[in-house]
Every structure is written in C-alpha cells, then in structure tokens.
Design a protein around this ligand. Sequence first.
Ligand code: ARG
Length: 580
Amino acid sequence: MKDHIRHLIQTALNTLSTEDQLPAELNANVQVENARDKTHGDFASNIALMLAKPAGMKPRDLAEKIMAALPQDAQISKVEIAGPGFLNFYQNHAALAQRLDAALNDDRLGVPVAEPSQRIVVDLSSPNLAKEMHVGHLRSTIIGDAVARTLEFLGHDVIRQNHVGDWGTQFGMLLAYLQENPEAQQTELADLENFYRAAKQRFDESPEFATHARELVVKLQAGDAECLRLWQSFNTVSLSHCQEVYDRLGVKLGMDDIRGESAYNNDLPEIIQALQQQDLLTLDQGAQCVFVDGFKNSEDQPLPLIVQKADGGYLYATTDLAAVRYRQQQLNADRVLYFVDQRQALHFQMVFTVAQQAGFASKDMQLEHMGFGTMNGPDGRPFKTRDGGTVKLIDLLNEAEQRAYNLVKEKNPELDESDLKQIAQAVGIGAVKYADLSKHRASDYSFNFEQMLSFEGNTAPYLLYAYTRVASVFRRAEQSMDAPIEGVIELASEPEQTLAASLARFTEVLNNLSDKGTPHILCTYLYELAGLFSSFYEQCPILSVEDKATRASRLRLAALTGRTLRTGLNLLGLQTLERM
Ligand code: ARG
C-alpha cells in the first residue's frame, strides 16, 4: 500500500511538472509512512514539506496542488492536508476487504512472487570443525536460516553455503594427536572440546609434537593419502556434531550445503596468480599483500589484505576471495549474503573490494555482509559456563526444552506425556530461536531463559499461544482455517479495520526483511498482529454473533490472521502448535 501511494504521489508530481506548475528537475525520494494516529488517516507523506523550498512554494500550497493532481484511486477513500502540509491518506475499507478476500483464496496469502527472481547465495552457520560449534555460530545459523526461508518463499533461488572451517594449521595438531592416540577416534572425539584441548596441550608441552604437527599440515596440503584419510575421518565426526545441532534446531541445512574452506584449496594458487597478473600484489616483509585504497589501521597506515604468508601458506582472506569467485563463476549468484559476526566487518569490506578490483566479482553481483552482534550471558558478559568454559549448544538446547517442559506441565497438568514432549520441543527450541531473531541482528544480545520463555511480551511462547487461540476458534467452529470459508470480509468496526490493515502489510514486511536481511522486522510485525487479533477477539465476537454475514466475515479475518501467523512463524523457522 505504501508503494502504491508513493506511486500515486509520483504520478501527481510528474503531472505537475509536465503542466509547468512545478520545476521539472525536482527529484524527490517520496516517503510514505504508516500513520501513528488512525483518526488522521492510515498513511501520511511529508512530500510537500520536502519539496516546498526547492519549488519555491509554501508547503500547504504545494500540498493542495499535489492533492488536486493525485489520480483517482479505488484503494483510497479520502486525502487530507494536515498540520504544516502533511498529506494524509485514508484507506478505502471496501477495497482493503477485497484485497484480503483475494489473499485468503491464495496459497501464498497474496504475497506476489519476486520479479525478477534472483539467484541468492546465503553463507551461513560456517563453524570451525576443529572445535565444537559455539554460540556465535548459533546466531549465524538461526538468522541465516530465517532469511534464506523468506527469500525462498518470495520466489528467489536460494543456494545455502556452509563455509565450514575445515582446513588450516590447527588440523596439523589434531592429526598429530590422532596419530599418537588412535583410540581417540572412538572415545575422545565424542567431545570435540576435550579433544581439542588435549591436542593443544600436547602441542604446547612437546616441541617434537609441535614440529610433527607442522609437518602434517604440509603433508595434508600436499595431498598425502594417510593425512587426508585421518583428516576426513575427523571431519566426518565433527560434521555429525553439527548436523545433530541443525536437526535439533530444525534449520534447513544438510550435508549438501557444505562447501568448506578445503574445497577452495586448489584454487588458491590461481587466486594469487590472478592478483599478480593484475598488478595488485605488493611484497611486504615476505608476505603477499593487496593494499586497498581507503583502508587504514589505527595508526593511519595503509592496511593490507594479506593473501599469502612468507612461508607460502594461504589465509582466511585468500579462501574467501576464491569463494567469491566460485559464487560468481560457478553459482552465477546475483546476490551473496554473509551471515557472519560483526567483528569480521573489516575483513569482508576488504575482501569484497579486492574481489571487485580483481574481477572475481562482477560489478552487479551484490555482496553483503549481514553482520551480527555478540551473544552474551544473562549478566551481559560473554556467554560462558560457570567455570568459564564454552557452552555446548546441545546442552543449551536440552536445557531450553527441559525448562519449557516444566513450564507447560505446570500450566497444563492434564496433558499426556507425548503431547507434553512435543509442545516442550516446539516451545523450547522456538524460544531460543525467537529470542535471537526478534532483536536487530547488529546489536549484541543477552541470552536469558526466563525472558525467552515468558508468555508475555515479544516471545515465542506468546506468539505460539496466540496462534493456538486462532486455531481453537476453528476447532470450536468445527472447520479448518485452511478450507474455503463462505462469505466476504466486511470491515465494519475499528478493531476489524486495524486488524485488516495490519494483515495487508504482510508482503511489505517480507520484502523489507529480504532487502535488509533482518528477521526482527517480521517478529515485530507478528507480535503486533497477534496483539491486534487479541483486541479484535475481545471486542468482536466471532462464533456467538447472530448475523450470518458478520460471523462469516470475522471467521475469514481470523483465518487469514491464523494463516499469516503460521506462515510468518514458519519462515522464522518456528514450528506452530494446534494447542498448548
Ligand atoms: N568459520 C568462520 C568463523 O568461525 C566463519 C566463516 C564465515 N564465512 C565466510 N565465508 N568467511 O569465524
């Protein structure tokens, strides 16, 4: 609707300038907002205030002119000028109702398929296999998954890339430890954290071990069969740990989505060669560097992107350059989104700039770092176990489910055990995911079980419960919210109108999310929608109302609300429940 009004205003401006009533070169970014106070219309624009000065007119006079030039439109019932020169638009309720009726008859709830559909690579999760997955990768996994699902729903062709850290010097140490303790393959590897610690300890205490570890890295990189076998078996175990987390979380990630750092190993010499040929390399203290215009360190010295160490070894950045090239040349991506910790922002800025300079990325392939903040503990400090260790994700998810179980059991003691388990899973896992998704990804956030499991506020339990309330209306009506419902929507009262206006915004919200890669926009929207449904439900009886047409209209509104909530929650990666 906002786009639509923007378009109407643009048309009016064009008319005015062709009629010489406005200077033709006026070029405005037309802004339309949802009105705060619905008694002054549903949408407002400040266009007359913005253009008054360049047009040499008083804002209210210009507003008059624009209003007179606005094309007739069925969606708008009235336009008014308010205050210093705002244009207020009133939505036509009959037209709004018609749009919602159409959405109800559509499997996609009226959300159009994106035009053009893009090929979008989503780089997400990407843990380092040498260690257990940690909370930072939880954020990347959850946020990336929600954005990928939404892009897919909008009709884009999404390719997930799990850029796991499965290569590099630490593997020499792990392989040396495996060689020394073959039995560790069966036992200690069950706990990667302990395994890593044990290997690190050997590395630090024994110079022979350390030398051997370094030799093994070289052998591994040279393709030595025995090293590759050990490395492979190590990775298999580590990846199965990751897959266990993905399955528990219900994120859409599988073995096919893995394309780790090792996959680019053979491309790295070519990357250096290509940079060399384009005169982009500078030898600095033995290392091959690309100096990128505009990048400075804290002492204001030019900051290089190092692509090859003095000993010939390659770096994280070299692999990322190869990955950009692959995503361009092999995957034909229009857009690549990187869900990676905010602290890597500089790395990505430099990699993207070099990739473009070197032609690894074409100018029209969009490369976007979707950075996120740190996940802290409830005390606001970095997330650690009581004894300062890293929190294992599996333990965290177990605890979430256990707490949800206790909570639901307390609320609903008569539920049988298997229902309870199922509900606890949806609520517990949903709570962990939703707490993360509902904050702006760029900000740090504190992990807090009590808050995320509260039935009040913008939480998973609140929203899942709101959905079950809609579902219960349909249980009592003995019909399905997904089957056709006779009648049409009529927006007679205020609660019905505000609910309807919110329902009509679903498309805009999803498009916004897909542009910015920010799932919290959808969370805020669903939370608002649930609240509006609740007021509607209190003030507008559905099943008990006498008038047949009113009953049908309200039932249709409830069905569209239920389906919007369910679709939205599913896009966030949450599983809805019929009762809880
Ligand atoms: N493995 C890296 C880490 O744990 C994240 C990789 C992100 N993706 C990328 N293409 N660099 O920090």
